[in-house]
Design a protein around this ligand. Structure first.
Ligand code: SP5
Ligand code: ZN
Length: 341
């Protein structure tokens, strides 16, 4: 299968994040994409292509104008105030406050964030814009008739909702692609999110819709990030009732548990009968992932790809998380190789 990739991801390399009360190097670092790309080439799974530029229009089908305006202008405004270090938010319109968008940049950042894990640097906008174009280029390949493609996105996207960033995510690449599929004539799209963390952004974007079925397998929010979405009783609302599936799992879950959840998700996807399947491919379910608790081993990712392939749908894999940097390439490409058989 073809892989889409842009070097622009390197333009986003933030200085750090809070871990255990200390400011530590970001887990979400450029080397992640380098390792995946190296493994794609080592295993020779297919050509690697640069993305085409589809512009802002498909991005604006998912994200609000205010949000995109903030993302594009935030660094310049921050730098104009004399700052040189990364821009991070600190105050959020949580319960008991008023969610009215303020005029100042710092207030706007809190308005458009749910945590402090999405720093803005000089190159962040270009990196996230190109990451979305990578995803859209994979979508175009599927639309043109390919059975599968791999969008090697970085930064990832599944924690970003229509107007709120967080969890290393700014633009929701998989959601942008789902909407592009629908806009080009697909009737139904399924998203299977296998990242260790619940894809809260993707869920929220499609929660009241029946044209995108979203299935998530993840560490339960009862103990894991993002903490405030991803329970099993979140099944969709209105027209979307029954079109969201959450399969939260206990800490320490290994392939026996995880594979059973995948089976459940795949049966629901098959029953939905999508025209296209999009996989939010996070490999932070790996046993040695530094911020996660699941116990998947590298060969398990081959099984994952095999089960997904058995659905028989045109499938776009969209890279999300995975922080065991040395093994991320092996695990991600194992899914693709398992899929290809
Ligand atoms: C795309 C993606 O995978 N985003 C994940 C964002 C998680 N960020 C916050 C993680 C905080 C977890 N606590 C660290 C525990 C270290 N033992
Ligand atoms: Zn994750």
């Amino acid at each position: 299968m073809l892989t889409f990739y842009s070097d622009d991801h390197r333009l986003h390399h933030a200085q750090g994040e809070m871990v255990g009360g200390e400011f530590k190097p970001c887990f979400e670092m450029p080397a992640r994409a380098d390792h995946v790309l190296a493994r794609v080439r080592e295993r020779d799974i297919g050509e690697v292509l640069a993305p085409r530029d589809f512009g802002l229009t498909p991005i604006a089908r998912i994200h609000t104008a205010d949000y995109l305006d903030f993302l594009q202008k935030a660094w310049a405004g921050w730098a104009a105030q004399g700052n040189t270090a990364d821009f991070l938010p600190g105050v959020f319109p949580a319960r008991h406050l008023r969610a009215k968008r303020p005029n100042d940049l710092y207030g706007q950042y809190g308005f458009h964030s749910f945590d402090c894990f999405a720093p803005i640097t000089a190159g962040t906008w270009q990196a996230v814009y190109s990451s979305a174009q990578v995803a859209l280029s994979g979508q175009a390949e599927i639309a043109a008739g390919a059975h599968s493609a791999f969008a090697l996105c970085r930064p990832p996207g599944h924690h970003a909702s229509a107007d709120v960033m967080g969890g290393y995510c700014y633009l929701n690449n998989v959601a942008i692609v789902a909407q592009a599929c629908l806009d080009q004539g697909a009737a139904r799209v399924a998203i299977l999110d296998v990242d260790y963390h619940h894809g809260n952004g993707t869920q929220s974007i499609f929660y009241d819709r029946d044209d995108v079925f979203v299935a998530n397998i993840h560490g339960s929010p009862s103990f894991e990030y993002p903490h405030f979405l991803g329970y099993a009783d979140e099944a969709g609302a209105g027209r979307g009732e029954g079109f969201n599936l959450n399969l939260p799992l206990a800490a320490g879950s290994a392939w026996d548990i995880w594979g059973a959840a995948l089976e459940t998700a795949c049966q629901r996807i098959a029953a939905y009968g999508p025209d296209v399947l999009l996989v939010s491919l996070g490999v932070d379910t790996y046993q040695n992932d530094p911020i996660s608790s699941f116990k998947l081993d590298s060969p398990d990712y081959l099984r994952m790809g095999e089960r997904i392939a058995a659905l028989g749908k045109p499938t776009l894999f969209v890279m999300e998380g995975g922080y065991a940097v040395a093994e991320i390439g092996i695990n991600a490409v194992n899914v693709l190789e398992g899929f290809q058989g």
